[in-house]
Ligand binder design. Structure first.
Ligand code: ADP
Ligand code: MG
Ligand code: ZN
Length: 608
């Protein structure tokens, strides 16, 4: 309370002082050259200068002491001082008013600030009252409406099939009559299915943009509130508003948040969610023939959706929006580099090759990171250096500072060179792109491999090679430092090894257990329609699975250790180089390994 009072006092005071300051400024008709002239003409009686504001109060002959002319001075006025002296004028420097003058300045700033603040609040308020037109009843509608999204199909790249399928929806929205004339029913709902960041929202906006209709959007999670009934009333409001603006497009993001199977979920159903879902279904059924509203929903969990949502007349069209392939990535990079300054030698093709598994959002983010790095380095245009750095950053996190030379650094160097050399000397392994000791994210050193092609099908040899390469780090620690010195650094490697080898046995039929799918890991437990039985096999089979996994990992580890043992001299050399340079590029790495006459190791047949 105290502080509030003080605040309003300051406000009053500053308004007051602000006014006097204004009045004082008005008197400034008298300027510096007038002053010089008056001094020479002997018309000046007295001058006081305030050094804090650099304003001189000039008292002319024949004026009273409260009638002064104010003159703004420059910083250095040797000429003026000399003239004052020469003319014997009463002259003083008064810093008494100084503090009060600077206070006045502060006050002026304060007033200005308050005015701007007030203006801002006013604008905010009028904006929200305009938006208030969309607020209905007691529900605080949280949907957004964009009259024109400004997104076009050409802004969406790499998901051509989806675009093609949705081209028709644009026609529905633009000319619904064409369809109703021949008695065709316009689809009501389209479900976009795909992982995050692949451009589902963007695609929905592009449809609205192409059809030039308003875009209403809401996220499924916003429907589901703590208060019962709010979700359902939001659905009602949304559809009512949409009908008023038809033709238009309604976009429901994360529909799985409302559209989960009813009666599912651990701990029983969620009444609120069910009501919301029911309302949604009712609204969608309630469309008359050609209301011109199309509902597009997005999800990355189609498996959990209530089947009622997928029935004809609801979301009966489903469009997959998947990760882009190499050409798709190229297209997306083209879209997002169009508005950036990119050096001519940068090859988008190379970037697309280096980024398998990146979503559209990742690629957009990648180019943006590169642009930021370019600014930071004060360069004119984005070069391949920034792009490389940005890719590493997107994949592995921020760069840290390298360790100082010491035992820990040597051990990490051996670990990384271990991965790289085992990868290089194992048939079927992706080539090393670089080895580095510069930490990134959680990792204290990293070995990068270039995936050879789009990773569609992976052979057994490749899987073995991958497991062996992953074990190369630990194998190096073990062989070189002894098994008492092995570290926790291999934790992540081992996790991936376990998952890969388990999948080989239980999913891909690549072990002696034969062609059996023993695990279905697509069924998360929280699905809850039935308690999912994760192991459909007997205890005996479970033991066999474990044994097979262990045998794969053992075999690969032995191979990795053999490579390390046989190539000790070149490993030592590479470690020295790595510690010195911090990074070794793949080409140099391979060259050094080849010169040492190391032989690739054939993967021995699994025997058991
Ligand atoms: P989703 O809704 O599937 O999670 P978004 O549509 O929100 O993904 O994508 C986020 C951002 O990533 C977009 O705004 C866009 O900049 C970029 N992006 C994603 N996919 C694409 C694509 N196929 N073409 C162009 N840009 C894309
Ligand atoms: Mg989205
Ligand atoms: Zn490792």
């Amino acid at each position: 309370m105290l502080s509030f009072m003080a605040g309003s006092l300051v406000l009053l005071q500053s308004l007051f002082v602000g006014n006097t300051a204004l009045a004082q400024q008005k008197k400034q008709a008298f300027d510096y050259s007038d002053l010089l002239r008056s001094i020479e003409a002997g018309e000046v009686r007295k001058i006081t200068i305030d050094p804090s504001t650099n304003i001189a109060d000039v008292y002319l002959e024949g004026t009273k002491d409260n009638e002064s002319q104010q003159v703004k001075l420059f910083n250095q006025n040797p000429e003026l001082i000399a003239k004052i002296r020469a003319n014997n004028i009463d002259f003083s420097v008064q810093s008494l008013g100084a503090s009060s003058a600077s206070v006045i300045n502060l006050m002026q700033v304060g007033v200005l600030f308050l005015l701007i603040l007030g203006l801002f609040i006013l604008i905010k308020r009028s904006a929200s009252s305009a938006a208030g037109a969309m607020n209905f009843g007691k529900s605080r509608a949280r949907f957004q409406m964009e009259a024109a999204t400004g997104v076009e199909f050409k802004d969406v790249a790499g998901i051509e099939e989806a675009k093609e399928e949705l081209g028709e929806v644009v026609t529905f929205l633009k000319t619904p009559d064409k369809f109703t004339a021949v008695g065709a029913k316009i689809p009501r709902g389209v479900l976009l299915i795909g992982p995050p960041g692949t451009g589902k929202t963007l695609l929905a906006k592009a449809i609205a943009g192409e059809a030039q209709v308003p875009f209403f959007s809401i996220s499924g999670s916003e429907f589901v509130e703590m208060f019962v009934g709010v979700g359902a009333s939001r659905v009602r409001d949304l559809f009512r508003k949409a009908k008023e603006n038809a033709p238009c497009l309604i976009f429901i993001d994360e529909i799985d948040a409302v559209g989960r199977q009813r009666g599912a979920g651990i701990g029983g159903g969620n009444d609120e969610r069910e009501q919301t879902l029911n309302q949604l279904l009712t609204e969608m059924d309630g469309f008359e023939g050609n209301t011109g509203i199309i509902v597009i929903a997005a999800t990355n969990r189609p498996d959990v959706l209530d089947s009622a949502l997928l029935r004809p007349g609801r979301f009966d069209r489903q469009v997959m929006v998947d990760y882009p392939d190499m050409n798709g990535r190229l297209g997306i990079l083209e879209v997002h580099s169009a508005n950036k300054k990119v050096a001519p030698e940068v090859s988008l093709h190379t970037i697309a090759q280096r980024t398998p598994g990146f979503s559209g959002a990742d690629l957009a983010n990648l180019l943006n990171e590169a642009a930021i790095l370019t600014v930071r380095k004060r360069k004119e245009a984005i070069t391949m250096n920034e792009i490389d750095e940005a890719i590493d950053r997107v994949i592995a996190g921020m760069e840290g500072t390298p360790l100082v030379d010491g035992k820990a650094k040597r051990l990490i160097a051996y670990h990384e060179v271990g991965h790289a050399i085992v990868g290089t000397l194992t048939k079927g392994h992706d080539p090393v792109e670089k080895v580095t000791l510069i930490p990134r994210g959680q990792a204290r050193g990293l070995t990068w491999f270039t995936p050879d092609e789009e990773q569609g099908l992976i052979s057994r040899t490749q899987l073995f090679a991958r497991i062996t390469g992953l074990l190369g780090g630990r194998a190096a620690e073990d062989v070189i430092f002894g098994d008492g010195e092995i570290t926790t650094g291999a934790g992540n490697d081992i996790e991936r090894v376990t998952s890969l080898s388990r999948q080989m046995v239980t999913k891909f039929g690549m072990s002696n257990l034969g062609l059996l799918a023993l695990e279905d890991d697509n069924q998360p437990i929280f699905l809850g329609n039935d308690t999912v039985n994760r192991s459909d096999y007997s205890q005996e089979i479970a033991e066999k699975i474990d044994q097979q996994i262990r045998s794969i990992v053992f075999q690969c580890y032995e191979n990795a250790k053999q490579i390390i043992t046989e190539n000790r001299p070149v490993i030592d050399k590479l470690v020295d180089l790595l510690i010195e340079k911090e990074t070794i590029e793949g080409d140099l790495f391979r060259e050094i390994v080849e010169k040492s006459n190391s032989k690739p190791l054939e993967m021995a047949k699994l025997s058991n």
